[in-house]
Design a protein around this ligand. Sequence first.
Ligand SMILES: [Zn+2]
Ligand SMILES: [Zn+2]
Length: 447
Amino acid sequence: MPKKTKKEIIRSPKGMHDMLSGDIRYLERIIDMAKEIAEFYGFLPIQTPHLEHAELFSRPLGEMSEVVEKQMYTFRTKGGDLLALRPEATAQIMRAYSESGMNSWPHPVKLFYYGSFFRHENPQKGRFREFRQFGLETLGETDPVTDAIIIKIFYLILHELGFENILIRINSIGDKECRPYYKKELANYYKKKFNYLCKDCKRRLKENPLRLLDCKEESCIELKAKAPQMIDHLCDECKTHFKGVLEFLDEAEIPYMLDNYLVRGFDYYGRTVFEIFIENSESPAKEASNEGKENNHEKAPIAIALGGGGRYDELMAILGEKILPAVGGAFGLERIIFEMKRLGLQPRRVAQPRVFLIQIGSTAKKRGFSLMEELREERIPVGESLSRDNLKTQLNIAAKIGVRFALIIGQKEAMEGSVIIRNMDEGTQEVVMQNKLIEKIKAGLKK
Ligand SMILES: [Zn+2]
Ligand SMILES: [Zn+2]
C-alpha cells in the first residue's frame, strides 16, 4: 500500500464523518425522546461491543447475503481471530442474551440500544460507512402485541419529535412452514422471466428468491408487479398472527399500509416485517416520474424510509442455540437528523447564558475564574471570555449573546470584594458585595 500523503492523513476515511454540536443537539433530542418512551414501555438499555466474531454476523445473514459479501469490515487480530465491526445489533443482542444469562430474567426481555454500526458500502449522500442507529428488541415472546408495541414505540418517537405523515409499511413473510412454498412459487415465476432479470437477481434467484422483491433495478421493479404475493400463501398460524398485529395497530390508530412485496435485507426475518416512512406531501408529481431510483432522495422523494424491522423467531436457532422468538427494529439516526433539519423540527435546547462575566486586570481575572464555579453550583448559566481583557470587547460579546446582566469585576472591585451588576437592557449599574451577588442575580433574573 502506498503511504498516505500528509494531506490525506488529515482527511477522515471515506464514508466516515465528524458529528459536530449542531447535529449532536438533534441526535440528543432523538435519543432523549426514544429513551423516555422505550423506558416507559419497560425496555432496558444495553450496550454491546463494536467488535464481534465475524461469524456471529455471517452465519445468520446467510453466507451470500450482501452485507457479508461486500459490506462487513473484518480483520484478523494478532491472536488470529477473525473479528468484524458490527454491521447491525440484532445478532449481538441474541449473543448477549445467551451469554449473560438473560434466559433467567422475567420474559419477554425488552432491550433498547443506540450507537455506531459499520458497513463498507459506497457512500451516497446521507449514507455513511459509520452510521448510528437506535433500536429495540423484544426476546422470548410470540404474541402479536409485542410486534405492535415495537412499531408503536417507533411511531411515537417520530410523532413526539414533531414528524407528520408517518406511515408504516407492513407485511408478513410467513414462517418456516409456509415460506418455502411461497419461495418456490416465486422462483417459478421469476424463472420464466430469467432473461429480463438484472445480474444480481439472476444470482439471487438461486440463493433466496425473496430478495428479488427487494431489488432497486427498474426492470426488476416492473417484474415484481405481477409476482405472487406471500399473503396468499400464509399458513393459518401466520395469518392469525399477522391479523393480530394489524388489529393492535388499528387500536392504536397507527397509520399503516399493507405492502405485499416488502421483505427485509437479512435472511433471518419471518412473519412480521415493517418499514417506517414519512411521506412528503410537497411534490408528489415530481417523484412519480422518479419512482424506484435510489439517488433522488434529496429532491423531495415521495416517501423517506427512516427505519424498519420485523420478527426473527428462527435467528437464535441459526446461531446454534435454543429457539427464541423475537421481534425488533432500528432507526437510522443520521437520516432522522437530516429530515428534522429539513422540516425545521427542534433540536435539544441548551440553557443559554443569562449573565456574562467581564473582568479587567489579572486580580479580577482570578476572582472571575472562581466566581464561575459559584455560579455553576447555583445552576446559573453564565457566559465568559476569561481569556480576553478588554472591557469593550467583552461587553460586545455580552450584547451579542443577549444576556440580561453583565457582571463586571475591575481592579477596584477585585480589591474590595465587590461586583458591578450591569443591566444590559436598561444600561443601569449597581455595585454589590460578592456575598450578596448570587441572591441579587437570582432576584434579578426572576423579574
Ligand atoms: Zn434485480
Ligand atoms: Zn406460516
